[in-house]
Each structure stands twice: as structure tokens, then as C-alpha cells.
Ligand binder design. Structure first.
Ligand code: TYD
Length: 230
């Protein structure tokens, strides 16, 4: 198994890039499994609804409760979906967010101790980490305005993207946080990338969808289990 994750702040384009990457991987004849966090299992989908539901400030969940919900969803994903297939040499897993998001959001963003998060991540993932992680890096101001559909240069078809519509139905929890919150998350991802340069590739996500997707593909194709013919 080759395990790839896509990380980054709000509106960095991970979901679009995950779809492109899966298409390219499948065109080589390999089997590709796309997962998103939180989600991708029955319990994960339930937890996603709970996490993303809009709440008044009185009802806001504690930061530790939030951390445990993400960890619970991840444990289900690893135990029931990824783990059982991890010895398949022809499988490529593409994850739209994974454990690094918890370090960035609940650690750098919410202020929970980073080492505590890393040990909870290790328990939830059974120490399974991606082989390759892309940081789709974009200033929070640009990402958030993309998410809100306000940016005029955003292509119309991307604005109508199902994911954008889903966001409205789910509520806008993290998108509503302050600019400082999102700056800390960006810094968190950069720190993680610096700590493990062999695993991470930092991609400038302010560029065109095609340019980003080509950069990702160039880094992935050499790592695929069989020679890529795409
Ligand atoms: P989602 O709608 O999937 O956002 P995105 O398209 O930006 O990935 O919602 C996931 C949200 O949950 C996103 O705001 C990031 C946040 N998150 C955490 O705070 N911690 C985590 O461990 C994960 C996986 C996501």
C-alpha cells in the first residue's frame, strides 16, 4: 500500500486535488481508495455531523471533546477501512486530511498540548502514518474567501462544487474562526513539514488547479507501486 494524504487550511483545494489524483492513479490500472476525514465509515459520518453542526456559544463542545471525536473517527477509519488492506501491494490510499490535521487544528489552533495530541493520534492510527503528505499551502484570507464563494476569480463550476453546497448544509464551524486561528493552523502545518521533510511536500495552492495537480502528480508517479504509464 502507498498511503498519501492531502493537508491544508480551509479552501486550499484539497478535495478537488484528491479527485484529480485518484483519477490519475486509476488511469495507471492501480486500485485507489479515497477517504475523507472525518467520515468514510458509518460512525465517522455520524461524528462528522456532530462536529460540524452549528452550535450557539453556550452549546459549544469542549476542545478535548472535539479532539476525541476526530480521534474516534480516525480510529474507525484505520481499524475498519485502511488497516485491513494495508498489506495490499497494489493499493493506493488517498486521504483528504488525516492525523496531521488534528495537530494543526486542535493543537496549534485550539491550543491543546502537541505531544498529547501526537500520542492520541498514535493510539487512533495504530501508528499508521502516510508515506507522502502534501501541504496545500494558501494564506487563510484567500482560502476562507474561496470557501465563502466570494472570490470573483474563482471559476463558476468550482463554486457550484457539491462540497461547497454541502458546507452550507453542515454549518460553517471552522470557517467562522478568527484569522489568527487560521494563521496558527498554517504555521502548524509548516512546522510539521519542517520536522519531517521526507514525508512532506509543500505546494503553493494559490496557483491554478492544473499547476497544483501537476506538481502533486510529479511527486506521486515515481512512488507508485508499479511503473506509471499515465
Ligand atoms: P471539511 O468540510 O471536510 O473541510 P475541508 O474541506 O477543509 O477538509 O471539514 C473538516 C473540518 O474539520 C475542517 O475545518 C478541518 C477540521 N478538522 C480538525 O479540526 N481536526 C481534524 O483532525 C480533522 C481531520 C479535521
Amino acid at each position: 500500500m502507498l498511503f498519501i494524504s492531502l493537508e491544508g487550511g480551509e479552501g486550499a483545494g484539497k478535495t478537488t486535488q484528491a479527485a484529480r489524483l485518484v483519477e490519475r492513479i486509476e488511469s495507471t490500472g492501480l486500485r485507489c481508495l479515497r477517504v475523507r476525514e472525518p467520515g468514510s465509515t458509518d460512525l465517522g459520518a455520524e461524528l462528522r455531523k456532530l462536529i460540524k453542526r452549528s452550535r450557539t456559544s453556550d452549546e459549544a463542545m469542549s476542545r478535548a471533546a472535539e479532539l476525541f471525536l476526530f480521534a474516534a473517527a480516525r480510529s474507525e477509519l484505520v481499524t475498519k477501512v485502511i488497516g485491513p488492506q494495508r498489506d495490499d501491494p497494489d493499493l493506493v490510499v488517498v486521504a483528504d486530511r488525516y492525523a496531521d490535521s488534528t495537530v494543526a487544528y486542535q493543537g496549534y489552533g485550539r491550543g491543546i498540548d502537541i505531544e498529547t495530541i501526537k500520542s492520541i493520534n498514535a493510539l487512533a492510527t495504530n501508528a499508521l502514518m502516510p508515506d507522502l503528505t502534501f501541504l496545500l499551502d494558501c494564506p487563510p484570507g484567500i482560502g476562507i474567501s474561496r470557501v465563502r464563494g466570494l472570490q470573483l476569480q474563482m471559476p463558476l463550476d468550482a463554486m457550484k462544487d457539491a462540497d461547497t453546497l454541502n458546507r452550507d448544509a453542515e454549518g460553517m464551524k471552522f470557517e467562522e474562526e478568527s484569522e489568527e486561528f487560521h494563521q496558527r493552523i498554517r504555521q502548524g502545518f509548516h512546522d510539521l513539514a519542517t520536522q519531517e521533510p521526507n514525508r512532506w511536500r509543500v505546494i503553493d495552492a494559490t496557483r491554478s488547479i492544473d499547476a497544483i495537480s501537476d506538481d502533486i502528480w510529479n511527486a506521486v508517479r515515481d512512488r507508485l507501486p508499479v511503473p506509471a504509464n499515465a
